[in-house]
Design a binder for this molecule. Sequence first.
Ligand SMILES: Cc1cc2nc3c(=O)[nH]c(=O)nc-3n(C[C@H](O)[C@H](O)[C@H](O)COP(=O)(O)OP(=O)(O)OC[C@H]3O[C@@H](n4cnc5c(N)ncnc54)[C@H](O)[C@@H]3O)c2cc1C
Ligand code: SF4
Length: 478
Amino acid sequence: MAKQPMLKFVTVPRDMPEKREAAERNKDFDEIYAEYAAAKAEEQSGRCSQCGVPYCQSHCPLHNNIPDWLRLTATNRLEEAYEISQATNTFPEICGRICPQDRLCEGNCVIEKSGHGTVTIGAVEKYITDTAWEKGWVKPVTPAMEREESVGIIGAGPGGLAAADMLRRAGVQVTVYDRYDRGGGLMTYGIPGFKLEKDVVMRRIDQLEQSGVHFVMNCTVGEDITFADLRAKHDKVIIATGVYKTRELNQPGAEAGGIVRAIDYLTASNKASNFGDKVPEFESGELNARGKKVVVVGGGDTAMDCVRTAIRQGATSVKCLYRRDRANMPGSQREVANAEEEGVEFVWLSNPLSFTGDTVTGLTIQKMRLGAPDATGRQSPELIEGSDYAEDADLVIKALGFEAEDLPALWDQPELAVTRWGTIRAEFGTGKTSLDGVYAIGDIVRGASLVVWAIRDGRDCAAALLDDLTTAKAVAAE
Ligand SMILES: Cc1cc2nc3c(=O)[nH]c(=O)nc-3n(C[C@H](O)[C@H](O)[C@H](O)COP(=O)(O)OP(=O)(O)OC[C@H]3O[C@@H](n4cnc5c(N)ncnc54)[C@H](O)[C@@H]3O)c2cc1C
Ligand code: SF4
């Protein structure tokens, strides 16, 4: 009788791929986890309990068919595992690396709930598609037929790229416009290399180019080309611009030099350290933590990326101030643990009161406690009177989150409806906006979110847009 390949969670403990020691990984910007060896991937996939109703799948924004690709991996049918995995996810190896699995698939794994430790879904997903790349199974798109309709996509982040991929598969002529010099959006210039190495993103862009997607880089819509011209040029337009307006500090002294935005800091680091670009603000030290006492304000993923980048740049100390406690922070607990291992000090329940110096030399910190829950049920931080103390700092990084830029004003499109948060108002599941033939996806609709949700939006929108193109063609033919 064949050996039972699955349900090994009682006898086989959870085992993540090897993690490099903090002292070693602090010296570079390479990813911190190694790849599974084939036998280990098979063994870990075999821990899946093959639930009839898989909660991992329903809590994955892409509804990935996780139990099936785990079973195929456990039985060494890797190419089929890859086919199933890529059928629902445009960039499985990227999600496997950077999804906050503890809040999504793995956090809802039934064997995790029963105390056996989750199946390492993300690590296996990464393993499957990294292997597929290695073996040459990941191929450029060759549409069965070319269509004459053209779609312009503004933004080469995960949302725009996922839509581009789906549309190209259907033979649509796709042009992606982006203000940056490289595609990938925040996957390239926001998320640091130690979470997502850049060649993983660049090979996807190369392959989309080989598939016939046309990229127009260094092109800011609203400056280098008007939104109206873009609409005139294409049958349909997708807005996938993300959110980049930084929430600012407004305490006294917050205008001082040396108090910088997280996105500027991370972009400079990604360009200089991952691509070897010349970045004057990095070389001058303005956006470089080397030899500095660094304070990062914020408790989300962006703050985690800043503190860990500062450690790698050679900061003398790195402190992270967050006004709530560890249990109530928005950032992934796994990333906090990684940051602590690497030498970051978290100062929970604390907030800056004021900053000193024309170029910052320090700040006064006030301590907080958690009070009564607010309307959302979240406990509000309250000030503890008389608890202020001074802290030295010569680089302060603002990582308080992002808001949408005012696109209707920037693009002179007053009819483009937005929500009260300034994000674009788009129909759920299709991305249709108030402008005819214009769709919107990703962070510019959801507010700062996740790569996996941008991919989901891009795929859903492409499907709806294809329906609209087909309907329009049928109507024209009548
Ligand atoms: C520091 C940081 C770390 C993160 N870490 C994670 C993580 O670990 N896991 C995770 O899932 N998510 C993470 N996120 C969130 C994730 O990166 C975003 O949710 C996701 O990238 C949104 O995709 P998008 O396609 O909507 O927009 P983006 O990725 O922001 O891409 C938008 C693109 O549009 C371009 N653009 C904007 N305006 C214009 C214009 N006018 N003309 C032309 N081009 C324009 C931009 O240059 C950019 O390339 C992180 C975000 C940040 C900031
Ligand atoms: S896409 Fe993200 S949430 Fe879905 S299975 Fe992969 S890692 Fe989990």
